[in-house]
Design a protein around this ligand. Sequence first.
Ligand SMILES: [Ca+2]
Ligand SMILES: [Ca+2]
Length: 251
Amino acid sequence: MVHIKSIAAGVSGAIVAICFAQGTATHNAAPTAKGAASGRPFPVRFVDAARDAGLDMQFVSGGERTKRYIIEANGTGVAFIDYDGDGRQDVFLVNGSKLEGFGDAAPPTNHLYRNQGNGQFRDVTREAGMARSGWGSGVCVGDVGNTGFEDLYVTYWGKNALFRNDGHGKFTDAAAGSRVDGDGRTWSSGCTFLDYDRDGHLDLLVTSYQAFDLARTPPPGKNSNCEWKGMPVFCGPRGLPYGKIALPQPR
Ligand SMILES: [Ca+2]
Ligand SMILES: [Ca+2]
């Protein structure tokens, strides 16, 4: 039986990049003692209101009960973005896929939810032009063209997407024309926009967790990098080739 080694779901692309940058824990680190409680009151309580608010997409990331490859174990990103400039934060959620496909059923897509202002969100994915399927991973937000409206870059195991915001509620994928779509083979994980040369135009940094090639990745239990306490688990990150950082320039 294959066991899930780790799952990191529902985190932003930036957080994904940070976590990946830290690498995996070693077995040599001594545990630290838990600090004493402050004793100060914390009168805050969080309630999961996602379903009641209309944020009810079905998230897919590989096998539902079993993860045979590391690509299935990492979750995807989320971005809070006021895409229509009405002062209310909207939500964009990246979706994944699964190795065996979906047969005759429609594959899942990313989702964009517009904040209605009353604690409710409306799914505007299709009308906004954001209904893309694929093995999504991270997402970052930036006003690439200095238009006053924020754009979205979404990383994939496959071609990446640069959704340009037209300011009227619609996005168009301009990644290929901007030469930031990648080679179509790389597993791009995290990304961030930054103006590293301070010329007033946002630049883009894209990270790749691992150079994942399904045809060359051993199955669970194949070697010592694919076992955990004697049990077969998916291989990696140890034993698999690491990915690279790219600095493509949006045009
Ligand atoms: Ca909004
Ligand atoms: Ca720049």
